[in-house]
Design a protein around this ligand. Sequence first.
Ligand SMILES: [Zn+2]
Ligand SMILES: [Zn+2]
Length: 347
Amino acid sequence: MIKVKGYAAQNAKSNLGPWNFQRREVGSHDIQFDILYCGVCHSDLHQVRDEWGNSIFPMVPGHELVGKVIKVGEHVKKFKVNDLVGVGCLVDSCRTCDNCKEGLEQFCSNGNSMTYNGYEQDKKTPTYGGYSNTFVVNEDFVLRVSEKLNLPAVAPLLCAGITTYSPLRHWKVGKGHKLGVVGLGGLGHMAVKFGVAFGAEVTVLSSSPSKKVDALKLGAHKFVVTSNENQFKSVMGYFDFIIDTVSAKHDYNSYLSLLKTNGTHICVGAPAMPSDFSAFGLIMGRKSLAGSLIGGIAETQEMLDFCAEHNIVSEIELIDIKDINTAYERMLKSDVKYRFVIDIATL
Ligand SMILES: [Zn+2]
Ligand SMILES: [Zn+2]
């Protein structure tokens, strides 16, 4: 076994702190890479605090990993030592179900292996994530990372990036469409960048007027303060698509009124508490309330290649790992522009 240094939560009430553990030896189809940077996702916080009720402890969070390959198994074909690589939310899946065959490993019918707070395909070996110094993974779940982009700012693309890229591609959002982005955090700021890159007219919908300057700087064409009744009314029936990145409980009904006929409201934020909504909001205007979860491996690679070609990265604040608990508190107050990334050299 390989000795690993990491940061873990021992239970739902504890802060994260140093924890040593082990990973498997590099198998014939595995690669080992040293983690250089790991993004901090809002879902790390949900799971560390067991807000989704499925937490496995001790937990080493982190599913936005980038690093450099240090070892490859004898049958590995796609990667060699020193390659820059990334791992997102998935480290394995059954490979045989219809979803896996279609490249939708995120929806594997037999249960995929999440990068942390999950189990390997043996269904008993826990997975440990990227708040750690080294990683072992099957090469099929490894992404190639371009040397052209600022590496720490690439890390959040592995979750925040693909989570927003995939639905915009699935619903073919682009030229001629009006796209609303609800929430301007880790996910929201990536939705703005992709929406603009795909040619849509992008409006940020936010309750904080203070975010206007930044929204426009990120490329958004318009900004609507949702708490301002006049501004809210000005975009009734306006949008073809709304991508909703908010992960706290909120009201979907009012946003449905902002959609055009046939419009689609896409949820990518995952509030722990359920919301009420009225079917009237859908019936009047044949509207859709939809959801989307990260993306498959092939699409994640496509997203990374698109980002390299169009010079798209996440806006980040680089932190030392000892500051992770403070970072969580700041994330809860939306006090981050727009994603914390841990410099793993500080571990
Ligand atoms: Zn995430
Ligand atoms: Zn499957």
